[in-house]
Design a protein around this ligand. Structure first.
Ligand SMILES: NC(=O)c1ccc[n+]([C@@H]2O[C@H](COP(=O)([O-])OP(=O)(O)OC[C@H]3O[C@@H](n4cnc5c(N)ncnc54)[C@H](OP(=O)(O)O)[C@@H]3O)[C@@H](O)[C@H]2O)c1
Length: 251
């Protein structure tokens, strides 16, 4: 398939998980892809595996995003697809939320997303597609996720307003809300193997389709929203969660 032939795509946080799978899918559909990440070794290794361009840029550092934009402008000129995917998950109960944890999580998941878009606007083509990676956590009230969930709820709200304001340039802005997806994100929380297994089992039982998502499940939706097949879709949110958002009272 070559629906994205001739398009330039940028995937933030593309060295791992959903970003990595999406970079592979966008490339397989014909796009020239740039992945970013905060760790030089991981970014270079992933870029080599994928056969794409890798650039180190921490989304919580606004000057790093400026340099990223300059580099991409020099190499590619303009961008057609911006997948705002970089994010972290730091669970904590409501009574134990520190200022540092709040700033870190909001700084990457929300502020990082907003300023990625802000700074890319100058090199985004008219008619470009922006896809914001949010989460069903924005709506689920899951314990220990208050700040994470709020960072994603803020991103969904931002998505709707940005879609309105960027419509005159025919730039589409949409959000994708995955349910639980098998990626390294959970291993970065400090949870023990046993805690993670317990969490995974409890989650799986709650999902009507009885499985976690795979990064490839999400990448297909991202590639669709990136393509001209989605040219009438903006300001929308897509749950992709095995049905967990249905929340049946009786299963
Ligand atoms: N997995 C799920 O169940 C799930 C569900 C809903 C939503 N999401 C969202 O999906 C997105 C991707 O997560 P994932 O599950 O694929 O996790 P992942 O495998 O940990 O990937 C996250 C990526 O973002 C990068 N990143 C983190 N902080 C960054 C920063 N400050 N600057 C640049 N890059 C940064 C990570 O780099 P490092 O490799 O250096 O950490 C990694 O490449 C996140 O926004 C997450 O909130 C995930």
């Amino acid at each position: 398939m070559s629906k994205l032939n001739g398009k330039v795509a940028v995937v933030t946080g593309g060295n791992s998980g959903i970003g990595y799978a999406s970079a592979a899918e966008l490339k397989s559909q014909g796009a020239s892809v740039v992945i970013t990440g905060r760790n030089s070794e991981k970014v270079q290794a992933a870029a080599e595996e994928l056969g794409v361009t890798g650039i180190v840029a921490d989304v919580s550092d606004l000057s790093a995003i400026d340099s990223l934009v300059e580099q991409i402008k020099g190499e590619f000129g303009t961008v057609d697809i911006l997948f705002v995917n970089a994010g972290i998950f730091q669970p904590a109960p409501v009574s134990q939320i520190s200022e540092e944890m709040f700033d870190h999580q909001m700084g990457i998941n929300f502020k990082g997303a907003v300023f990625t878009i802000e700074k890319f606007l100058s090199i985004l083509k008219d008619g470009a597609s922006i896809i914001n990676l949010s989460s069903v956590n924005a709506y689920t009230g899951m314990p220990n996720t208050a700040v994470y969930a709020a960072s994603k709820a803020a991103l969904n709200s931002y998505t709707r307003t940005a879609a309105t304001e960027l419509a005159p340039r025919k730039i589409r802005v949409n959000a994708v809300n995955p349910g639980p997806v098998y990626t390294p994100i959970f291993g970065k929380t400090g949870m023990s193997e046993e805690q993670m297994n317990g969490f995974a089992e409890a989650m799986q039982n709650r999902i009507p389709l009885k499985r976690f998502g795979q990064p490839e499940d999400i990448s297909k939706l991202v590639a669709f929203l990136a393509s001209d097949d989605a040219s009438f879709i903006t300001g929308a949110e897509y749950n992709i969660d095995g049905g967990i958002n249905v929340n049946p009272l009786v299963a």
